[in-house]
Ligand binder design. Structure first.
Ligand SMILES: NC(=O)c1ccc[n+]([C@@H]2O[C@H](COP(=O)([O-])OP(=O)(O)OC[C@H]3O[C@@H](n4cnc5c(N)ncnc54)[C@H](O)[C@@H]3O)[C@@H](O)[C@H]2O)c1
Ligand SMILES: O=C(O)[C@H](O)COP(=O)(O)O
Length: 526
């Protein structure tokens, strides 16, 4: 039974879903890094929010880990390249808390417009300073949206409902989407001087880090009010402090900080500054949404192989997972065969799907071929890290679909460019379930690729099969199945034998010396 650790404070419905699905679940929020390293090796899944930092050190200790599930959106607390290299799927819940976070941005905009936190403090201190607080209306004002993805779009809709004019800077926002949203698409240079309020809704990347830099803050309209419910690091905090002190920026509301938890900051206590402790996603509705969703996604993956909302792997729907499973087994065997038979120096690989196979999502099939191929070099390779490793090694991977059926109703063909020219193997599924090799380097054979096997290429000649049988018999190796194919009578022939025990090296050397033998190779399949 797969085991899951919940290492951050999460709605109890996450644990309930894991249990209902038959998984063993342990809830241990607030572990130190050392404590997490000590126990992570026991778990197949790790469910987190933003507090747990899943870095290389945690991943190195996570010897059984298959999936990290983020109950929320931002995954900057997970080292995704390191997870991919270890073959760990990273998934998030990209929509579960979007409305809640958009509402928090709107709440902070109103809090800034009417100075509500300071007015509250003053009133509760018994001061009744009615003349001190003079706010501004949002109606008719321009809201500058930086980032118009899921949350930015919801903020835009709400702001338009408040009769604001919304301008948006997002390099990936199409003109059509901008029109549908009712926003004006602008450049950052245009947005900065025009906006009365600026709200940030981008991830933190090399391009967005310090997007409100000292220089850009200076370009904003005097009296601008700024909201950040996205990620710390989008604003230069020291420059913001100076801009608030000088009065150029009238107000700023931060939910997120460069350093979190933000226990101290030069911004604290600055007039016009308000803050919340990363509460963007903190409503009961959003937390129930993301908890249930992450637990369902992780359970589906661990129990059925279905992949949804993964950041480092193609999606496989729960409906497709059972259909794809036998194809992945076939693809892995074909990849392994090619990997074991290649003389090294692979530069190109073509993965073709024909007939029924062409109707399926090809990415998982490609991942499985590459995993089989690369496992020959490293036994830590799986479907998740294989495409990354292939890219790292400069392997040119191509996928081709043929809707037409050939001799088989479904076929997967793997072709590689080797030092000896292009070589291809192909396989089908018997009864839609059982993987079978049907073609080996242009020669028709029919074989089950399983356990220890022996591969021999020779000149087709009488008496050869007898000599092979005798050599194996002398070595005490029992033959299970025997598959033979040839290009033409007297031409090149291929022998593929399944054997009960691996063939000893001395016997392989002896076979290689038999007249007419061109190549002998021991193979091993799972
Ligand atoms: N405060 C919180 O508790 C909280 C809660 C949820 C999400 N978030 C954060 O909010 C942010 C937005 O989340 P989302 O779900 O809308 O993400 P999203 O991926 O749907 O949208 C992000 C948008 O940013 C745009 N973008 C990327 N690079 C840009 C650039 N250089 N300039 C301008 N725009 C750029 C993208 O095109 C995209 O449209 C994320 O950082 C997420 O982690 C914070
Ligand atoms: O990216 C997110 O989903 C938010 O930052 C929420 O983070 P949290 O789960 O720690 O509240």
């Amino acid at each position: 039974m797969p085991k899951v650790l919940i290492s951050d404070k999460m709605d109890p419905r996450a644990a309930a879903v894991f249990k209902e699905r038959g998984l063993e679940v342990h809830e241990k929020p607030g572990l130190s890094k050392e404590e997490l390293i000590a126990i992570i090796g026991d778990y197949d899944g790790l469910a987190i929010r933003s507090a747990t930092k899943v870095g290389r050190d945690i991943l190195n200790a996570a010897t059984n880990l298959k999936v990290v599930g983020r109950a929320g959106i931002g995954v900057d607390n997970v080292d995704i390249p390191a997870a991919s290299a270890k073959g760990v799927v990273v998934m998030n819940t990209p929509f579960g808390n979007s409305i809640t976070t958009a509402e928090h941005a709107i709440a902070l905009m109103f809090a800034l417009a009417r100075d509500i936190p300071e007015a509250d403090r003053s009133t509760q201190a018994g001061k009744w300073e009615k003349n001190r607080f003079m706010g501004v209306e949002v109606t008719g004002k321009t809201l500058g949206l930086v980032g118009a993805g899921n949350i930015g779009s919801i903020v835009a809709e709400r702001a338009i409902g408040l009769r604001m004019k919304v301008i948006a800077y997002d390099p990936f926002l199409s003109a059509e989407r901008a029109r549908d949203l009712g926003v004006e698409k602008v450049t950052l240079e245009e947005l900065l001087p025009r906006a009365d309020f600026i709200t940030l809704h981008t991830p933190l990347t090399d391009q967005t880090r310090n997007i409100l830099s000292r220089e850009n803050l200076a370009k904003t309209k005097k009296g601008v009010r700024i909201i950040n419910c996205a990620r710390g690091g989008l604003i230069d905090e020291a420059a913001l402090k100076d801009a608030l002190d000088s009065g150029h920026v009238a107000g700023a509301a931060l939910d997120v900080f460069v350093e979190e938890p933000a226990k101290e900051s030069p911004l604290f206590g600055t007039p016009g500054f308000i803050s919340t402790p990363h509460l963007g996603a903190s409503t009961s509705e959003a937390q129930v949404n993301v908890a249930i969703q992450v637990a369902e996604q992780m359970s589906d993956f661990l129990l059925t192989g279905a992949v949804v909302n993964a950041l480092n792997m193609p999606s496989v729907s729960a409906e497709d997972a059972p259909r794809l499973r036998p194809y992945m087994a076939l693809a892995e065997k074909l990849g392994s065969l090619v990997g074991q038979l290649a003389h090294g120096g692979l530069t190109k690989i073509n993965i073709e799907a024909e007939g029924a196979a062409a109707e399926l999502n090809q990415k998982p099939i490609t991942g499985a071929v590459l995993a089989g191929l690369m496992r020959v070099y490293s036994d830590t390779v799986n479907m998740v890290n294989a495409p990354f490793l292939a890219k790292e090694r400069g392997l040119d991977v191509r996928e081709v679909r043929h809707d037409r059926e050939g001799d088989y109703h479904t076929l997967v063909r793997v072709s590689v460019a080797t030092e000896d020219g292009e070589r291809s193997v192909a396989g089908t599924l018997f009864g839609d379930q059982n993987p079978r090799l049907v073609e080996l380097f242009g020669i028709k054979v029919e074989a089950d690729l399983a356990g220890p096997m022996l591969y021999v290429v020779n000149e087709d000649a009488p008496g050869f099969i007898g000599r092979i049988g005798t050599a194996l018999g002398d070595a005490g190796v029992n033959i299970g199945t025997f598959h033979l194919g040839r290009r033409a009578a007297g031409g090149e022939a291929v022998l593929l034998l399944s054997v009960d025990t691996p063939v000893p090296q001395t016997t392989l050397d002896q076979l290689a010396k038999l007249p007419g033998v061109k190549r002998v190779k021991a193979l091993q399949f799972d």
